[in-house]
Design a protein around this ligand. Sequence first.
Ligand SMILES: Nc1ncnc2c1ncn2[C@@H]1O[C@H](COP(=O)(O)OP(=O)(O)OP(=O)(O)O)[C@@H](O)[C@H]1O
Ligand SMILES: [Mg+2]
Length: 310
Amino acid sequence: MEAIEVDNLTKRYGGSTAVDSISFKVEEGEIFGFLGPNGSGKSTTIRMLTGIIKPDGGTAVIMGHDIKKDAIRAKQAMGVVPEMSNAYVELSAWNNLMLMGELYGVPKRDREERAKELLKQFGLYDRKESPARGFSKGMKQRLILCMALINQPSVLVLDEPTSGLDVESSRLIKDVIRELNRAGTTVFLTTHNMEDASQLCERIAIINRGVIAAIDRPEGLKQAAAFQSIELSFNRTVFAEDLSNFSCVKEVKKMGDKFRLYVEDVDLTMDCIMDYARSHDLKIVALNTLAPSLEDIFVSLTHKNKPGED
Ligand SMILES: Nc1ncnc2c1ncn2[C@@H]1O[C@H](COP(=O)(O)OP(=O)(O)OP(=O)(O)O)[C@@H](O)[C@H]1O
Ligand SMILES: [Mg+2]
C-alpha cells in the first residue's frame, strides 16, 4: 500500500499558485525527501497533507484515508513536525505531551508511558516539568519531535526538522528518523540540507515554483544529470575566463585555489585541459572528476541550465 498518495494537489493564494497540481506517491516504509528552494511550495504541501489548510484542487490519501472525506483518520495516521513550533511555551514539556496525546485520543495510561519513554530517548526527561519557554532551539525541536511521536504514527511528516540545529542535535534527530523507519514508520521530510537528503532518503522529489521537477532515487537523479564536473588546480594562477572558453565547458566556478568545471564530456575536456597546460607552460597540481552531487542536480533543476550557480 502507498502511505501517501497525492493526485493533482493544488493551492492558490490570491492570484498566484503556491502548489500547482502536483502528484506523487510515497511507499509504505520509505523515507521520502521533498526538496525545493525557498517559496517553492514545500510547507504549503505539508500543510495540506496534515489538514492545516484546505486544497483548492486535487486529492491526497494518507494510509488509505482521504484527507477531505476521512480527515480525522488521515490525521491520526500522521505525526507532524511543522515548520513553526507547535509547542505551547507556557506549558511544561510533560504537559505539552499530555495535551498532544489527548488531542490524538491516546488513552491516559498509554500517553503517560509513551511520554516518559520519548522524553528519555530525546534527553529531556530531567526537564519534563520545565516550561518550553526556557528551552533552547535544539531542546524545543526535540520536544516537538516527541509530540509528533506520542500517537505512534505510521507516517511521520517533518518540515525542515534539523534547520538551525547544531551537529549533535541534528544527528540525534536523523538517528531517530532512521530508527523509526527501520521499525516501519514511513517518513516524509523537507530539508535544505543536501547531505542529509542523500544520506537519509530512498527517493527524492524536487519541487520548484509549485511544480515537481523530478522524482527519483538520489542515484537516479545523479545519473540523469547531463553534466559532470572536474576539479582542477594549476601551479600558477590562471584566469577562469580561459577555462570557460573551452568548447565543452558549460560553466566554471572558482573554489578556493581550485576551479570546478561543469562539463558535458569529460574526455573532451581533459584534452582541452592538457593542451591548455602545455601551451601555457602550466603544471596540473590536482585533477579530479566528480559525479554531480545532489546539490548540483538540485541547482540545475531549479535554476535552468546553470549547474554551477549558487
Ligand atoms: N498564508 C499564505 N498567504 C499567502 N501566500 C502564501 C501563504 N503561505 C504560503 N504562501 C506563498 O506560497 C508560496 C509557497 O510557500 P511555502 O511556504 O510553501 O514555501 P516553502 O517551499 O516551504 O519555502 P521555505 O523553504 O522558505 O520554507 C510562496 O510564494 C509563499 O509566499
Ligand atoms: Mg517551508
